[in-house]
Design a protein around this ligand. Structure first.
Ligand code: CMP
Length: 139
C-alpha cells in the first residue's frame, strides 16, 4: 500500500550540509518528499516529540542534541514507505548499519545518527501530525 512516514534529518547532518545527499538517497529508493521544512526545535519540543523515550538514560542528551542545530522535517510517501525508509536509513547504531545505507555513510554515533524515521503506521500518523497540518502535505 502507499504509505506516508515522518523523517527528520538531524542536527549532525544539517550541520555538515548533508541534506541534499540524504534526500537523494530517499528519492533513489522511490520515496517522494511530499512535505519538507527546516525548523529549530527547542529542547522542550524535542522532548514532546520523543516522549516515549522519557524514561531512557539518553533522553536528556537526545533532547539537547535535537535542539542543538536546525533539523529538516519531512514526509516521505511511497509503496511501503515506513519499512522502505527504515531500510534506506539502516540500523540505529551506525556500527551495525548495512553498506549503502544513510547511517552507514553519514552517521557519527548512535546518538548523532543523521536521520529519524517512524517505526510503525501508528507512530507515522502521530509524528506527521506533530509537525505538519494537512494543508502542508502535497502528494
Ligand atoms: P531515533 O530513531 O531518532 O529514535 C530515538 C533516538 O534515540 C535514536 O534514533 C537514537 O539516535 C537515540 N539513541 C538511542 N540510543 C541511544 C544512546 N544509547 N545514546 C544516545 N542516543 C541514543
Amino acid at each position: 500500500a502507499i504509505e506516508r512516514t515522518l523523517s527528520i534529518i538531524k542536527p549532525d547532518a544539517t550541520k555538515r550540509n548533508l541534506t541534499g545527499k540524504i534526500n537523494a538517497k530517499f528519492e533513489e529508493a522511490g520515496l517522494r518528499i511530499v512535505a519538507q521544512k527546516r525548523i529549530h526545535l527547542s529542547a522542550k519540543q524535542a522532548g514532546q516529540f520523543y516522549a516515549e523515550h522519557a524514561e531512557r538514560g539518553f533522553y536528556g542528551e537526545l533532547c539537547e542534541f535535537m535542539a542543538s542545530e536546525p533539523v529538516v522535517v519531512q514526509v516521505l510517501e511511497g509503496e511501503g514507505a515506513i519499512l522502505k525508509n527504515r531500510e534506506v536509513m539502516g540500523a540505529t547504531n551506525p556500527a551495525n548499519a548495512a553498506e549503502g545505507t544513510i547511517r552507514k555513510e553519514f552517521a557519527l554515533s548512535v546518538g548523532e545518527n543523521s536521520v529519524h524515521g517512524s517505526d510503525s503506521p501508528e507512530s507515522a500518523a502521530r509524528e506527521i501530525s506533530f509537525y505538519f497540518s494537512g494543508l502542508e502535505l502535497v502528494g
